[in-house]
Design a protein around this ligand. Sequence first.
Ligand code: KG4
Ligand code: ZN
Length: 355
Amino acid sequence: MATILAIETSCDETAVAIVKKRQVLSSIVTSQIDTHRRYGGVVPEVASRQHLELIDDAIEQALETAGVPWTDIDGVAATCAPGLVGALLVGLSAAKTLALVRQKPFLGVHHLEGHIYAAYLTDRDLEPPFLCLLVSGGHTSLIHVKDCGIYETLGQTRDDAAGEAFDKVARLLDLGYPGGPAIDKIAKTGNPKAFPLPEGKVKVPNGGFHPYDTSFSGLKTAVLRLVQRLKAEGGELPVADIAASFQHTVARALTKRAIRCALDANLSTIVVGGGVAANSSLRQQLQAAAEEHHLRVLFPPMKYCTDNAAMLGCAASEHLSRGRVSPMTLGVQSRMSLSEALNLYVASGDEGMRG
Ligand code: KG4
Ligand code: ZN
C-alpha cells in the first residue's frame, strides 16, 4: 500500500497531495484563476512563476495536513506530460529534488492517467475495464481503461476541447473566464431549445461519420454567426438562451458518443473526468441515457475532476506497487499520447540503467 507525495503543476493549479493507495490523506490545490482572469486565459510564463512561488508552501501544507512523516512516504511523483512545459518543470524538479534528498523512488505521471485515477478515489472498489469520458480545458477523449498503464483512446476531439469551446463561447458572450461555470450558471435561466445548433459530426474518408470523435470548432463558429446576426437585428442579445442552447448541444454530443462507445466496447461503467464534468446539462443527459441503457455512470466529486494532485498520487501508488519507477533523466513534454503512459517507467532497481 504505497504512500505517495504527488505534485501537479501542468497548467494553472499548484497542487500537492499525500495519497495512500486510494485514500487521500491530504490534497492541497492553489488555483491561479484570479491571476489569469485579467488576461482572459492562462499565460504560461505567469503560471510558471506562480508555481515557483507557491510550491514550497503547498508541499509543507500537504505533509502537515496528512500528519505523515517522511519515513512513511514510499515515493515522490509529479506530472511530467502533457501540459505547459515551464509549469511542468517546476513540479517535476521539485519532485526529483525531494526524491533525491529523501532517498525515495521518483515517478513521472501522465496527466490524463491522473484524471482517470480520480475515479478510483471515488469508488475504492472500482476495477478496470471501464470507459473514461475525459472532458477538460485541454482534452476531450473517450478512453478504454484496460489495466494500470494500458489505455486505448477510442474517441477524441478533432479540434477544440470541450472546455475550450465553453471558454471561447463565453468570451463571445462577454461572460468572462473561465467560461464553463459562467455558461452553466446563466444557461439555467435560458431555453436550451431556443436555437438549434450543429453538433459537430466528424466525417470519415469512406463516407458516414466517426461514431466517437467530436469537433467543436463548427459549433463555436455557428454561435459566432448567430451572435452576429442577432446583434445586426438589434435589440438585447438573448445570452441565456444562446448559452443554454450551446451547452445542451455540447452535452448531447458528448452523451451520444460516450453511450455508443460504452455499448460498442461492451463496457458497463462510464467514468467522467475533467472540469467539464461539472456541467449540469452533461450530468443530466448522461445520467438519463446511462439509466436507459442500464449502464453505470460515475461522476467523481468536483475536487477530483478538476486538476489536483491526489489523482496523480493514486496512479503513482499503483505503478509503484507494481514495481515501476521513473529514471531521474525523465523530462517534461508538452504533448504525449496516453498510449505512452507506461513508457515513463522502468522496473524498480533499473532506474539508473536508462537515460
Ligand atoms: O480539468 P480542468 O480544471 O483543467 C484542465 O483543462 O486540465 O478543466 C477546466 C475546464 C475549463 O475550460 C472550464 O471552462 C471547464 O473546465 N468547466 C466547465 C464547468 N466548470 C469548469 N465547463 C462546463 N460547465 C461547467 N460547469
Ligand atoms: Zn487536467
